[in-house]
Write a protein that binds this ligand. Structure first.
Ligand SMILES: [Zn+2]
Length: 392
């Protein structure tokens, strides 16, 4: 089996910088950090580089090729936030066993009304009819079906489509969100909610959801809502990447032009990344940044996520976009170290993945070696030398 020691690298362990220490990997796991160097192991020279835990993108919609691309960018785990079970069940199994794909967790399909968001964005995806629930007494069966499909958590979507340039979509009623929380918590599963407005975010937090899969950005945040989220200990996945696309910020285009990015993308993905949805006014992006800094000040856990989806959802690309999300987080007041925590230890902890997100003996050897020091210059995360998943 593989047995090696990464030497000479600055190590960020998912929470803090450890300085320059050896990291020993054996049989796919981190065997030792800063210990005695074994005589029989191969050496990997990490001088001038920084070793990070494998990155976690806490909001994607994924498939096999996307997981392969994510891994090339050092994203070793994706949290899918809604996919078709027919495709996701076999993919979860394959990703768990394949060291050339990022690992994945998924809620399977989410609860949305018939014809509700995101049906309007998936018209060309050839989806089979979506299961749903229209009355609270139908929710137990919906949740049970997702759990039996292998859902790691449940997802609800409360969205009338206005921010996506349409205002005719049916919106999930608060009592259905509350019923989903009840039925999911009874089965030991978290519930995550898509809610992009101050009004709907307040509703889903009142209903008891565990996390929000986006910032809300239709207007500046209210102190009341920020305090409510903090008091509920709910986490938030800001997804500044997709909000930039929705509000026409050219973040994706800039990223697509980066020399460290475009050789790893197909022409189709490069073009996808360069685009933007631009369905919401530009000032909404500033509201998102304002909301993010208020949530941070209130001590809310914030998890890096992009909403990278399929081709045709412009402004994002699996793997690449997570690096830009980290940069965007620093523009909203995160230190580089705080941004790195948001893509490593914090998501692992909030999703109960105790085997990753840190560089610690006994954990999976999901590692990224980058030139430079992203704890000083966040953009260095893109200067990838090497990625390991399970030590290979
Ligand atoms: Zn999404």
């Amino acid at each position: 089996m593989n047995h090696f020691v990464i030497t000479g690298a600055h190590v960020f362990d998912g929470e803090n910088s450890l300085g320059t220490v050896d990291v020993e990997v054996a049989d796919g796991k981190i065997a030792n950090v800063g210990g005695e160097r074994p005589a029989n192991a191969d050496l990997v020279d990490g001088s001038g580089a920084t070793l990070l835990p494998g990155l976690i993108d806490a909001h994607t919609h994924t498939d096999e090729e996307s997981l392969r691309q994510a891994l090339a960018f050092g994203v070793t785990t994706e949290f899918d936030m809604l996919s078709m079970p027919q495709q996701m069940i076999p993919l979860r199994r394959k990703a768990a066993a394949s060291n050339d794909l990022a690992d994945v967790r998924s809620p399977s399909i989410g609860l949305t009304p018939k014809g509700g968001h995101p049906h309007q964005l998936r018209r060309n995806e050839g989806d089979p009819p979506w299961p749903t629930a229209t009355r609270p007494q139908e929710v137990a069966a919906f949740v049970e079906a997702r759990v039996s499909e292998g859902a790691d958590y449940l997802k609800v979507l409360v969205e009338d489509g206005r921010l996506f340039g349409s205002d005719t979509l049916p919106r999930l009623a608060p009592e259905l969100v509350a019923a989903t929380v009840r039925e999911s918590h009874r089965r030991g599963k978290m519930v995550l909610a898509h809610a992009m407005t101050v009004e709907t975010a307040g509703q889903v937090v009142d209903a008891g959801v565990d996390g929000l899969t986006h910032l809300f950005f239709d207007r500046p945040p209210t102190a009341e809502l920020v305090e409510k989220i903090a008091a509920a200990n709910a986490f938030v996945i800001p997804t500044l990447t997709v909000i930039a696309s929705i509000t026409g910020e050219p973040a994706g285009r800039r990223l697509a032009e980066d020399r460290r990015v475009y050789p790893k993308l197909t022409p189709e993905w490069r073009e996808n990344l360069s685009g933007a949805m631009a369905t919401s006014p530009r000032e909404h992006f500033d509201y998102a940044l304002e909301t993010l800094s208020a949530l941070k000040k209130a001590g809310v856990d914030l998890l890096a996520g992009t909403d990278a989806a399929h081709l045709g959802a412009p402004g994002m690309a699996h793997g690449a976009s997570l690096h830009d999300e980290l940069r965007l987080l620093t523009t909203a007041g995160f230190t580089p170290t705080e941004a790195l925590r948001a893509a490593t230890s914090v998501p692992a902890q909030r999703f109960g993945l105790t085997d990753r997100g840190r560089i610690k003996p006994g954990l999976r050897a999901d590692l990224v070696l980058v030139t430079g020091d992203p704890t000083v210059t966040i953009g260095d995360t893109l200067s990838i030398q090497r990625v390991w998943r399970n030590g290979s």
